[in-house]
Design a protein around this ligand. Structure first.
Ligand code: APR
Ligand code: PHB
Length: 396
């Protein structure tokens, strides 16, 4: 088998890249370790920047997003028992974010891929990326007991944090930066109307952080900060709802509608960046190259901006016969990635209770929260990062 771009991973990065390349007439094959149902079963993020929604429309999968996504003009910060609105739309000259589940976005991309008859190999075992530092890269995998090989011009490593692409690079050729936070998020999904259908709510309370989000007007997504060694079994639905209410302001707490949870899981919080994001003819995109703590809702959006740069670079290569985009890919991505890492770290630090930051650290956090909501400059800085910095930010 031969293709122009072999894409490892059928998560949002891989599928979106495949769709954009297809639109530009560039052949690609997606190779995924799991089944499609398994990929769709993972509950993940749900807040899309305008850059991401524009890209989905460009890829031809904006229809259901436009019909079913919920546009948010603001976010709310809760601390010291009081709620403060940040008018993200007003502060950024009209930008918004849209609540639309990553699962739904993935489903739309999968459907578009099969409607266009594009090749996707699910349940590919033991995927190997070979000779990516030559002009003839190959991808080898096993399926149904047989070994297969795909020859290609480029490999796109869209295979997430635990993928094979980054792991195949010699240790000396890659630098990894990591920060692990001393707590996790317990997240639940429930088919109840969201307490705040028009704004995502971030709460910093004495009992820890809480977040109120949504997937639709009938499906809520909520999180509370919890110790890393907590087990999901320790958290009955009743305990979760009681804890969530205790972390919100009294008015909002009284409006939370509870019901049976349909998903409950605990995730650790981490920042991670691998540099560079290009190794010869292999390119990393999305979680394969970087992880952010979820506080800024940047993970999925960074994956989308990597894919925008990468698809543009490939299109330039094939259409305009120039390697300029390919050569600048890693640097361009990392510049944006580190801004999002900074923002996610900042918002995480601002909104959580840290086990070792009593006294001075706590007072500084309180002062900063007061500053953020009362200074237009600080509110605007929060807002412009929240909606996503422009793709060409800082470029001359
Ligand atoms: N071979 C083939 N496929 C693999 C391999 C492998 N060795 N390892 C991992 N994969 C697949 C995974 O099964 C998964 O479907 O690669 C895909 C990676 O998808 P994601 O982890 O979703 O990563 P990405 O597409 O970059 O999505 C960005 O943004 O909201 C965040 O973390 C969230 O998943 C989200 C991410
Ligand atoms: C979510 O809806 O899952 C969500 C929203 C905002 C965040 C993180 C997650 O910052």
């Amino acid at each position: 088998m031969r293709t122009q771009v072999a894409i490892i991973g059928a998560g949002p990065s891989g599928l979106l890249l495949g769709q954009l390349l297809h639109k530009a007439g560039i052949d690609n094959i997606v190779i995924e370790r799991q089944t499609g149902e398994y990929v769709l079963g993972r509950i993940r993020a749900g807040i899309l920047e305008q850059i991401t929604t524009d890209l989905l429309r460009e890829a031809g999968v904006g229809q259901r997003l436009d019909a079913e996504g919920t546009v948010h003009h603001s976010i709310e910060l809760v601390f010291a028992g009081t709620r403060h609105a940040i008018d993200v739309h007003g502060l950024t000259g009209g930008s918004v974010v849209t609540a639309y589940g990553q699962t739904e976005m993935t489903r739309d991309l999968m459907e578009a891929r099969s409607a266009a008859n594009l090749p996707t190999i699910y349940e590919a075992a033991n995927v190997e990326v070979l000779d990516y530092d030559s002009n003839n890269p190959r991808v080898r995998y096993q399926k149904d007991g047989q070994t297969h090989e795909i020859a290609c011009d480029f490999i796109a490593g869209c295979d997430g944090f635990h993928g094979v692409c980054r792991a195949s690079v010699p240790k000396g050729a890659i630098t990894e930066f990591e920060k692990v936070y001393p707590f996790g998020w317990l997240g639940v999904l429930a088919d109840v109307p969201p307490v705040s259908p028009h704004a995502i709510v971030y709460a910093n309370s004495e009992r820890g952080f809480a977040l109120c989000s949504m997937r639709s007007l009938t499906r809520s997504r909520y999180y509370v900060q919890c110790p890393l060694d907590d087990k999901v079994e320790d958290w009955s639905d009743q305990r979760f709802w009681d804890e969530l209410r205790l972390r919100l302001d009294p008015e909002m707490a009284s409006r939370v509608i509870t019901g049976p949870t349909i998903e409950k899981s605990i995730a650790p919080l981490r920042s991670f960046v691998a540099e560079p994001m290009r190794f010869g003819r292999m390119f990393l995109a999305g979680d394969a190259a970087h992880i952010v703590p979820p506080t800024g809702a940047k993970g999925l959006n960074l994956a989308a901006s990597d894919v925008k740069y990468l698809s543009g670079a490939f299109i330039e290569y094939y259409r305009d016969k120039t390697s300029a985009g390919i050569d600048s890919y890693s640097e361009r991505c990392l510049r944006r990635v580190w801004k999002a890492e900074r923002f996610s770290w900042w918002l995480t630090t601002l909104m959580h209770r840290f086990p070792d930051t009593a006294g001075f650290g706590q007072k500084i956090q309180e002062a900063e929260l007061d500053y953020v909501v009362n200074s237009e400059a600080m509110s605007r800085s929060l807002a412009e990062n929240y909606v996503g910095l422009p793709l060409n930010f800082g470029e001359r």
